[in-house]
Design a protein around this ligand. Structure first.
Ligand code: M5T
Ligand code: MG
Length: 655
């Protein structure tokens, strides 16, 4: 049941290599916000600095105040014995030093005491001696608090700004996409299912938003952080750093391998979910057919298979991640063990300070966090890149009918005096013409009926006159001018089309009939409803003309929809009426109502009526019979009956 139309937007193209360079096309959308973006990058550098500062302040607190005293220049003279240095300018300290003269070695204005003799002093004496260290530790604690608070504040501002930019860019992109889609021609929409286009405007844009706000900027942050940590670590102690970094080439190798596997798993997953989506929407669209032909269980089996494939693909993806994440966890533990082993040794040999060891451990913990996050970000990036590609494919799509340049454009005549089809040939698919060499002259005010078997090309003929398509050969002229020389909108302003299967918007009936005339008077409304034979059934609706129609107007019968569509045409007050009669069954009473409404609509206007009921055809001045895309007979009803040809046979069949 899977139908993969090979349009540019089919999900098949999902797995192909994504090119990050494509993001350049996003640049025009980011451009207006570049200054803000620059500020967020600067803020992010601040945040990185703050984050790097936190362990460093801890190191200072440990080395200078908590476990001080083993500074190198001192250690050389004191043979690695650790001691506390106190300042004799403090009278309190002087008292203690004089109370325990045997424990202190006094020089000019300082005194030193070894850690061992120090520990033998009473606790409150130690506290008095170490008061300056306490002060230092409090300063460090305050500094930490300030940094953490600033970090919080800057983080908040940065996130808000980034979100603002992201939302704005996506907002602009959505506008652009929407207005672009509106300009594309009907042919584009017959090739691209609604669901897919809706996904573009919603999901795909959301994916890109996620990447913009949570990947690009954070990847930058991660890079700053990794670089910052590396620089700080190597400048503190390059030997210990080398020991810690010895495993990194291996980590990067594994990360690259992982990226490959993740991409593959992601690709399968996307294809499977696309298949499920399309199967599901097809099921919902064709529910009545499925139920009528009792295809539920077969249809369910198809779904079951797809769902199982999706499940397997999902598990495969999970497996890839489930291996990668713990692997990184493992490596980070090994690196930590190396640092504790080597760093612990160096500490005991008094080559490094306790603060250095602590700062190494904190920085390495910080170091592995972004690497672990890469997995998640990679997924978002893949998603966003394929979304971006599809969005830009639509934006690059230029399937629209040519409009004349404003200089060469002809002004639409006030009054239509003739419509001419001049040897018109047309095909939807190359080499398969549905209209062949059609020539027809319609005078202003004339009513033409077009009849013919289903698939003859009647609706297609209308698609050309309304310029949904252009003919391959020949031309259509209004008052002798090729309609391609008018602006499309001018041509359409003269035409009202009542479609075979009229589309009504999910708005009130009033909004459907008078979309561009909000200030229309009640009197005129009444007369239009009266003329379109709508009044009776509209009055029976719960809120009358203000009743809201559900999506697509399905709460009305097809006959009622045609009546509303006729009222819409009347309100539009066009020069040319095109009426494509409903093929579906309509009871004779409604048929009568539609016909009188149609008569009212046609009054003193040019009309082309596609008639499936010959009773409708009879009201025309002239009947054109089309078969297999060619005009085979033409004339009045009586003349065609007398001719005893195709029309006569149709007439007999319909009784
Ligand atoms: C004529 C094909 C259709 C048929 C032929 C509208 C449309 C039609 N076709 C397309 O390929 N794409 C299209 O978008 O053209 O079709 P028609 O003009 O719709 O026939 P009709 O209006 O005379 O038929 P009916 O059933 O409305 O009386 O081969 O496949
Ligand atoms: Mg048709």
């Amino acid at each position: 049941m899977q139908k993969h139309t090979d349009t540019v937007f089919s999900e098949k193209s999902l797995g192909q290599a994504r090119d990050v360079r494509m993001l350049r096309r996003l640049y025009p959308f980011i451009h207006p916000y570049r200054l803000l973006l620059l500020v967020t990058v600067l803020l992010m550098i601040c945040i990185t600095a703050f984050e790097l500062a936190i362990p460093y302040v801890t190191k200072i607190a440990i080395d200078n105040y908590i476990v001080p005293g083993h500074r190198q220049e001192d250690r050389q003279t004191e043979q690695a014995e650790r001691y506390l240095k106190v300042d004799l300018s403090d009278p309190d300290v002087r008292d203690i030093v004089s109370a325990y003269p045997e424990k202190f070695r006094v020089s000019a204005d300082t005194a030193k005491i070894g850690y061992k003799p120090l520990s033998e002093l009473p606790p409150d004496t130690i506290a008095r001696l170490r008061r300056p260290d306490m002060t230092g530790v409090s300063y460090a604690a305050v500094a930490l608090l300030v940094i953490i608070f600033l970090n919080f504040a800057v983080n908040f501002i940065q996130v808000m700004m980034m979100e603002y930019i992201g939302q704005q860019v996506m907002h602009d992109l959505r506008m652009k996409l929407f207005s672009h889609i509106q300009t594309l021609c009907v042919r584009f929409f017959t090739h691209n299912p609604v669901g897919r286009l809706v996904t573009r405007v919603t999901n795909d844009i959301q994916n890109m938003h996620e990447m913009l706000t949570s990947v690009i900027i954070f990847v930058m942050k991660d890079i700053f952080l990794l670089a910052g940590i590396t620089i700080v670590l190597f400048s503190i102690d390059w030997q210990l750093s080398l020991a810690a970094y010895v495993l990194f080439p291996f980590v990067f190798y594994v990360a690259a391998k992982f990226a490959g596997a993740a991409r593959e798993a992601f690709r399968t997953l996307r294809i499977k979910i696309a298949e499920i989506n399309s199967h599901f929407s097809e099921t919902i669209g064709g529910m009545s057919v499925i139920q009528l032909f009792r295809q539920e269980s077969a249809n369910f089996d198809t779904f079951k298979r797809l769902n199982h494939e999706y499940f397997s693909a999902g598990m495969q993806q999970i497996t890839v991640f489930a291996i990668f994440m713990p692997f990184i966890e493992l490596v980070s533990s090994v690196v930590l063990a190396v640092v504790i082993f080597y760093g612990g040794g160096s500490l005991m040999a008094e080559r490094i300070t306790l603060g250095t060891l602590v700062v190494f451990i904190s920085y390495l913990r910080m170091f592995f966090r972004p690497i672990r996050d890469i997995a998640e970000k990679y997924n978002i990036t893949l998603n966003a890149l394929s979304s971006a590609e599809r969005i830009f494919l639509i934006l690059g799509e230029n399937d629209r009918l040519p409009e004349p340049a404003s200089k060469e454009r002809f002004n639409m005549p006030e009054k239509i005096t003739s419509i001419t089809l001049d040897h018109v040939t047309f095909s939807y698919v190359a080499e398969e013409p549905v209209l062949k060499d059609i020539s027809l002259d319609i005078r202003g005010g004339e009513t033409i009926a077009v009849v013919g078997p289903t698939g003859a090309g009647k609706t297609s003929l209308i698609n050309l006159i309304t310029r949904f398509y252009d003919p391959d050969e020949g031309a259509i002229r209004i008052n002798g001018t090729d309609i391609r020389q008018f602006s499309i909108s001018d041509v359409r302003s003269k035409i009202a089309l009542v479609m075979q299967d009229p589309f009504l918007f999910s708005a009130s009936i009033r909004e459907n009939i008078f979309p561009d005339r909000p200030d229309i008077g009640e009197k005129e409304i009444e007369s239009i409803l009266e003329n379109a034979n709508c009044r009776q059934f509209i009055n029976r609706l719960p809120h009358g003309i203000d009743t809201r129609l559900s999506e697509g107007g399905i709460s009305l019968s097809s006959g009622q929809r045609q009546l509303i569509s006729i009222a819409r045409a009347l309100a539009h007050d066009p020069e040319l009426i095109i009426f494509d009669e409903a093929t579906s069954y309509i009871d004779s009473e409604t048929e009568q109502e539609i016909q009188t409404a149609l008569m009212n609509l046609m009054q003193s206007r040019t009309a082309i009526i596609i008639a499936h009921r010959l009773s409708t055809a009879r009201i025309a001045d002239r009947i054109i019979v089309i078969n297999h895309g060619r005009i085979i007979e033409a004339g009045t009803h009586d003349a065609l009956i007398r001719q005893n040809g195709f029309y006569h046979r149709l007439y007999q069949l319909q009784g």
